[in-house]
Design a protein around this ligand. Structure first.
Ligand code: DAH
Length: 344
C-alpha cells in the first residue's frame, strides 16, 4: 500500500511540472495522453493492482481513482489558465487607433460608359427608347436593308470582320434602325448605343472595337430642323451652354440628304488657330446624319409619302476624347485605373 502511494506521489509531481511547462493547448493534450490516456502512466499503475493480495485491491483502486480525479481537475485548471493568459496577452497588445485606415479601392464608371449614359439620358428624357441589339449581324441588316446593295462601293468603307459569307461583326449601329422599324409601326424614336467593329489598324485615332450611339426618329412631318435642334441640345448638354453645331454635306446610302455634324471645339471655342484639339479649325466632327432614305423606309414597310425621319450615328470614343481632352484613344482601353479614375 505504501508503495502505491509513493508511486502515485512521484507520478503526480512529474505530472505537475509537465503541466507547468505546457505552453499551449497542444502541449496540454500531450500531457493528458502521457499520464491519463488509455496507455498512459496511470494505466500502468492500475495494472499493478493485479499483483496485490485480493483484500487490498479495493482500497488500492480507490487511491488510484482519487489521484486520477485530482489530476483531471488540475488539467482543467491548467487549460483555463492558459486561455486566460492568451486573452490577457491579446488585451495587452497596443493598437494605434489613430492610424489612418487603408482605403478600400472604389471603382469608377468608364468614360465611354459615362458618355453613352449621358447621351442616352438626354434622348431618354425626350421620349426616346434606349435599345440595344446584336453585335453579330447578317449582311441584310448591316447593308442591304440600309440601301447598300452587294455591289455598292460604300461597303468598302465598312470593311469588317466576316464570320461567314453572310454574317459579320457589325461595323456600325445603323442595323438597329432596321430592326426597330421592322418591329414597330411609326412613330419610332430610339437611341441605340453599342459596340462596333472595323478592320482598322490601331493608332491614336482608331480602335478595331469601338462604340457608336445611333439615333432614329420617324414620324409624320419630321424635317431636318428637328434633327438640328436635337443635336444642338445634345452638344450643349455634353460640352457646355455655348456649343453650336454645323452640318457639312456628305453621303450615306441610307440617308438623303446626308451630312457630317461638327460641334464647336469645347477646348478653344473656335478661338485658337493653334488648338491641338481641333487643329485650329474650331470644330470637332461627331459623325454622320441625315434624313432617312425613302428606300430604307420602303424596305421596312413604311410609306415614305406619309412618314419621314432623321437618323445619326456618332462615335462615343470621339465624344470622350473631346470631352476629357485625351490625345490618344488607346488610353481608353489600356485599363490603367490611375488614368481612368481622373476622368469623372
Ligand atoms: N453608320 C454611319 C457610320 O458608321 C454613321 C451614320 C451616318 C449613321 C448617317 C446614321 C446616319 O444613322 O443617318 O459611318
Amino acid at each position: 500500500m505504501m508503495n502505491l502511494a509513493t508511486q502515485l506521489d512521484e507520478l503526480r509531481s512529474r505530472f505537475e511540472s509537465a503541466l507547468t511547462e505546457a505552453g499551449d493547448e497542444r502541449a496540454l493534450e500531450a500531457v493528458r495522453v502521457a499520464y491519463l490516456g488509455r496507455s498512459g502512466e496511470v494505466t500502468t499503475v492500475r495494472r499493478s493492482i493485479g499483483a496485490l493480495p485480493p483484500p487490498e485491491r479495493p482500497a488500492a483502486g480507490k487511491t488510484i481513482n482519487d489521484a486520477v480525479e485530482a489530476m483531471e481537475a488540475r488539467l482543467l485548471a491548467a487549460a483555463a489558465s492558459l486561455e486566460h493568459r492568451a486573452f490577457e496577452a491579446e488585451l495587452a497588445q497596443r493598437i494605434d487607433v489613430t492610424f489612418p485606415s487603408i482605403p478600400a479601392p472604389v471603382g469608377s464608371i468608364h468614360p465611354i460608359r459615362r458618355i453613352i449614359e449621358d447621351v442616352a439620358g438626354y434622348f431618354g428624357r425626350r421620349g426616346f427608347a434606349v435599345v440595344s441589339g446584336p453585335e453579330v449581324e447578317p449582311d441584310y441588316y448591316n447593308f442591304d436593308a440600309l440601301n447598300i446593295p452587294s455591289d455598292h462601293p460604300a461597303r468598302e468603307g465598312f470593311d469588317s470582320f466576316w464570320l461567314t459569307d453572310t454574317l459579320l461583326l457589325r461595323p456600325h449601329t445603323s442595323p438597329m434602325q432596321i430592326r426597330t422599324m421592322q418591329e414597330h409601326r411609326p412613330p419610332v424614336a430610339i437611341l441605340a448605343p453599342g459596340k462596333c467593329y472595323r478592320r482598322d489598324a490601331v493608332d491614336a485615332r482608331h480602335l478595331f472595337q469601338f462604340h457608336q450611339v445611333e439615333g432614329l426618329l420617324v414620324a409624320e412631318d419630321i424635317h431636318f430642323g428637328h434633327l438640328k435642334g436635337m443635336l444642338a441640345g445634345m452638344c450643349r448638354e455634353l460640352f457646355g451652354p455655348e456649343q453650336q453645331v454645323r452640318f457639312r454635306p456628305s453621303f450615306f446610302p441610307f440617308t438623303e440628304p446626308s451630312a457630317e455634324v461638327d460641334t464647336t471645339c469645347p477646348k478653344c471655342k473656335g478661338r485658337s488657330a493653334e488648338c491641338n484639339m481641333c487643329g485650329g479649325s474650331g470644330w470637332i466632327e461627331l459623325g454622320g446624319c441625315g434624313m432617312v432614305h425613302p428606300n430604307v423606309l420602303r424596305e421596312v414597310g413604311y410609306d415614305p409619302e406619309i412618314y419621314s425621319g432623321w437618323a445619326f450615328g456618332f462615335g462615343a470614343e470621339r465624344i470622350a476624347l473631346t470631352r476629357y481632352e485625351i490625345d490618344d484613344v488607346r488610353r481608353l482601353v489600356d485599363s490603367d485605373p490611375d488614368f481612368l479614375e481622373q476622368l469623372q
